[in-house]
Design a protein around this ligand. Structure first.
Ligand code: NAD
Length: 287
């Protein structure tokens, strides 16, 4: 069966909308997200547009600062310093990827950790690693856990989770979250030997690789829960293109107990969790 990320994200957004209204009426605070977009990458423009739209739909304020592709790193740092000091802004997001002449790690470290709603700042990674409840947790990994629990219930204790991928954005943080949920976690990556047999042990299999249909049916244990993070655009026979995940969905769907489809699985959860982080940052700013 499918785990419906679209519906789950919609439910989460309506719950958040209620909390946003409550925060406004009780404390007079309306959460605000500011996004910085450097350059005109078409995919980034779409992502930013969706983030702004969904923020506003649940009653938050959001705006976007659009900067030309030749913006200097120091200029961008200047913007971040101003946003960090603006008490009316609770969440700051710099849309990645940045142009090559800008060092992403310098920019991420310059965002105030308390406003880092992407959860990429080292302070937030450290908090996540320490199991500190004050961490702003990267959005896609948060979405993966919500979707796994959607099928398995809230108690994931003792389940064997195999995560394929060790990126700072998905693989590592989702592994930390699964560990916090008392799973036994195996992190597999490009140098892992006998990946198929490791995947076959998984009660929860998270694929965050970036290779279309990489995970084959014989890698999946019958009855497993499969969380497919991948978003890959492939050509179709009629000359068009379509999005597929990192899992060979058509063959795996009948063997596993539940799987997140692509599109409509993890993807919609990412922005919903961004809204969740922005609300959390706004709430914390009250104290
Ligand atoms: P990445 O390129 O940073 O990391 C990929 C990981 O896969 C690496 O850690 C690497 O070790 C591992 N890998 C590569 N080849 C492998 C192989 N042959 N065997 C085993 N492991 C291998 O990618 P990422 O940023 O973590 O993203 C992964 C996928 O998730 C991409 O398709 C990306 O588009 C997608 N993604 C989706 C969302 C979302 O909102 N749904 C968000 C972020 C990323």
């Amino acid at each position: 069966m499918n785990i419906d990320g679209k519906l789950t994200a919609k439910k989460l957004r309506s719950e958040l909308a209620v909390e946003v209204a409550e925060l406004k009426s009780s404390c007079g605070i309306q959460p605000k997200l500011t996004v910085i977009l450097v350059g005109e990458d078409p995919a980034s423009q779409v992502y930013v547009k969706n983030k702004i739209k969904q923020t506003q739909e649940i009653g938050m304020i959001s705006d976007v600062i659009k900067l030309p592709i030749n913006t200097e790193q120091d200029e961008l740092l200047g913007y971040l310093a101003r946003l960090n000091n603006d008490a009316n802004i609770h969440g700051i997001l710099v849309q990645l990827p940045l142009p090559k002449h800008i060092d992403e790690s310098v920019i991420i470290s310059a965002i105030s950790p308390d406003k880092d709603v992407d959860g990429f700042h080292a302070m937030n990674s450290g908090r996540l690693f320490n199991g500190d409840s004050g961490a702003l947790i990267p959005c896609t990994p948060q979405g993966c856990i919500i979707l796994a629990k959607q099928h398995l219930g809230n108690d994931l204790s003792g389940l064997h989770a195999v995560v394929i991928g060790r990126s700072n954005i998905v693989g590592k943080p989702v592994s930390m979250l699964l560990l916090q949920e008392n799973c036994t976690v195996t992190i597999a990556h490009s140098r892992t030997k006998d990946l198929a047999s490791i995947c076959r042990q998984a009660d929860i299999l998270v694929a965050a690789v970036g290779i279309a249909k990489f995970v084959k049916v014989d890698w999946v244990k019958a009855g497993a829960t499969v969380i497919d993070v991948g978003i890959n655009r492939i050509s179709t026979d009629d000359g068009g293109t379509k999005l597929v995940g990192d899992v060979d969905y058509d063959s795996v769907v009948d063997k596993c107990a539940a799987i997140t489809p692509v599109p409509g699985g993890v993807g919609p959860m990412t922005i919903a969790c961004l809204l969740k982080n922005t609300l959390a940052a706004a709430k914390r700013s009250v104290h």
